[in-house]
Design a protein around this ligand. Structure first.
Ligand code: NAD
Ligand code: TDX
Length: 335
């Protein structure tokens, strides 16, 4: 592979994947194609080697734009998505445009251009919640919120495209991802940055101890790269962190690392349709040689330290679009 397109490469995981690819493959050229929605940020790519990187602003829901970006490229890795569950509950029109129509455009462009590999980055959320045990790739999709339903829709179109046209598509389903450069709407950066401002952290409270499996962002990037290079077309690969934590346990660890106690927790009304637990089995990707490298204790310590040391990155975000969103999302929600 000499040249690849990374859609959504200015977001959290996409930018980590761009950095990972450029440092791992010295002859690779990466084209980042990104709409720069509220979640996209060119600051996330500030350290990349510009001689092997091209940036194009565009929307995957615009067929001509994405077709143009893919011309002359060997592969495409799609991170572009609307990604926040709470925002999809407020309104899912953009989610359907990007996560379904956008994915279809990528597949059609790949067919027209004979692109060698197409990797769609998807999520463990498409399985829905599981009380015990872990999902494997052959388990059915049972998405339970508008975000995960839109991701499941994109997956189904991709698998049908593979079956009908032989499009060389691989899908990865990753766990909850954490690390530097994550937009502070997601639980970890939201809580760390609120605490830096001596504000409380809004913990959703529905009487259940919701559980998430935490995957370090560079491990997610290397898992996607393994599936891209060693996976088989038409196949799906789970990318698990194998670090399941109840939200309250995660919250208490963040409080401790930030020098606070549980008086900084504000219980708020639960997310509607809140999935109780996500858990996936990544044996299939392990068989291709992938293993997560980051230890949980080190990962969370480094992540908290990164946000504490990089206020210049998150302050403009929290003072910008995020401010209105936060008010709308959390106002009058205390329990
Ligand atoms: P993010 O919200 O940080 O970034 C998304 C990026 O996509 C942004 O740069 C945005 O500008 C871009 N984008 C959005 N719509 C676009 C469009 N129509 N055309 C072009 N670019 C567009 O997302 P993330 O957390 O980095 O997630 C990346 C991918 O990984 C998504 O597909 C998501 O579903 C998946 N995923 C995320 C997690 C997680 O915990 N964050 C876990 C599993 C899977
Ligand atoms: O303010 C909050 N309070 C709270 O208790 C927020 C934002 C979240 N939570 C809870 C809800 C979840 O149980 O924390 C957990 C994690 O929430 P998010 O960070 O919003 O992530 P989640 O809903 O689990 O989805 C994430 O993982 C799968 C990503 O946002 C998705 O893009 C990915 O596909």
């Amino acid at each position: 592979m000499k040249k690849i397109v990374v859609t959504g490469g200015a977001g959290f995981i996409g930018s980590a994947f761009v950095r990972y690819s450029l440092r791992t493959y010295p002859d690779l050229h990466v084209v980042t194609f990104d709409k720069l929605t509220y979640a996209g940020n060119l600051e996330n790519l500030r350290d990349v080697d510009e001689s092997r990187h091209t940036y194009i602003q565009g929307d995957i829901a615009d067929y001509d734009a994405i077709h143009g970006a893919m011309e002359g490229c060997d592969a495409i890795v799609n991170f572009a998505a609307d990604t926040h569950v709470d925002r999809s509950i407020l309104g899912a029109t953009d989610f359907i445009s990007t996560n379904v129509t956008g994915v279809y455009n990528i597949l059609e462009a790949a067919k027209a251009l004979n692109t060698e590999r197409v990797l769609l980055v998807s999520t463990d959320e498409i399985y829905g919640s599981i009380a015990e045990g872990s999902f494997v790739e052959t388990d059915p999709q049972e998405p339970k919120n508008p975000y995960s339903a839109s991701k499941a829709g994109g997956e189904l179109i991709a698998l049908a495209h593979h079956n009908t046209f032989g499009t060389p598509v691989m899908i990865t389903r990753g766990s909850n991802t954490y690390g530097p450069y994550q937009y502070p709407e997601k639980i970890m950066p939201l809580f760390i940055t609120n605490l830096a401002d001596d504000e409380k952290v809004p913990l959703y409270s529905g009487g259940e101890n919701n559980v998430r499996d935490w995957l370090y962002v560079d491990d997610h990037a290397s898992g996607i790269d393994t599936a891209l290079r060693h996976g088989s077309p038409g196949e799906v690969y789970n990318v698990a962190g194998d670090n399941e934590r109840e939200n309250i346990v995660l919250t208490n660890r963040i409080l401790e690392l930030c020098g606070k106690d549980d008086s900084s927790i504000q219980l708020v009304k639960d997310r509607p349709g809140h999935d109780f637990r996500y858990s996936i089995d990544a044996s299939k990707l392990h068989a291709l040689g992938w293993k997560p490298q980051m230890d949980w204790d080190k990962g969370i310590e480094e992540t908290v330290a990164w946000y504490q040391d990089n206020e210049a990155w998150w302050r403009p975000i929290k003072n910008g679009e995020f401010k209105e969103y936060y008010k709308r999302q959390y106002a009058n929600r205390e329990v």
